[in-house]
Design a binder for this molecule. Structure first.
Ligand code: DQA
Length: 140
């Protein structure tokens, strides 16, 4: 079982960025704890601030992985290209948001990706990534 985690723009700043919303933990350290907790799963991690790089990553991981955990960050609310990439692939994609986007600004309430996602997790902090991995494991 191989799962890719793809993080979008500004998530490289987790731990420093608005800690009152996104917490104090950086993703690299958290990813190591995921690898330990799910040693039976081959986990890959990719982060980019660029829309096209995220589209490319979705295409590439769709060929090599059994599932994708995607936090497209702000592109969730703007990117038809990323939504089209998710719609184009066969492997299940779980959309994750660290914060409860529905309790925030109205522009965060709409996701272009959601109609093509196998599931959506929001507002549970970094635990959302764990739950997404577990959800994908149950699907395979
Ligand atoms: C986010 C929510 C988005 O609205 C925001 O632009 C992000 C992070 C989250 O994980 O809560 O960058 O996807």
């Amino acid at each position: 079982m191989k799962i890719a985690i793809i993080n979008g723009p500004n998530l490289n700043l987790l731990g420093q960025r608005q800690p009152e919303i996104y917490g104090n933990e950086g993703f690299e350290g958290y990813f190591k704890s995921l690898q330990k907790a799910y040693s039976n799963v081959e986990l890959e991690y990719f982060q980019s601030n660029l829309e096209g790089a995220l589209v490319d990553a979705i295409h590439i991981f769709a060929k090599s992985c059994d599932g994708i955990v995607l936090n497209a960050a702000a592109y969730t609310h703007t990117s038809i290209a990323i939504a089209d990439a998710v719609a184009a692939i066969k492997v299940p994609v779980i959309e994750v948001h660290i914060s409860n986007v529905y309790a925030r600004e109205v522009f965060r309430h709409h996701s272009y990706i959601a109609p093509y996602a196998a599931g959506i997790i929001a507002g549970l902090g970094l635990d959302g990534y764990k739950l997404a991995i577990e959800g994908l494991c149950k699907k395979n």
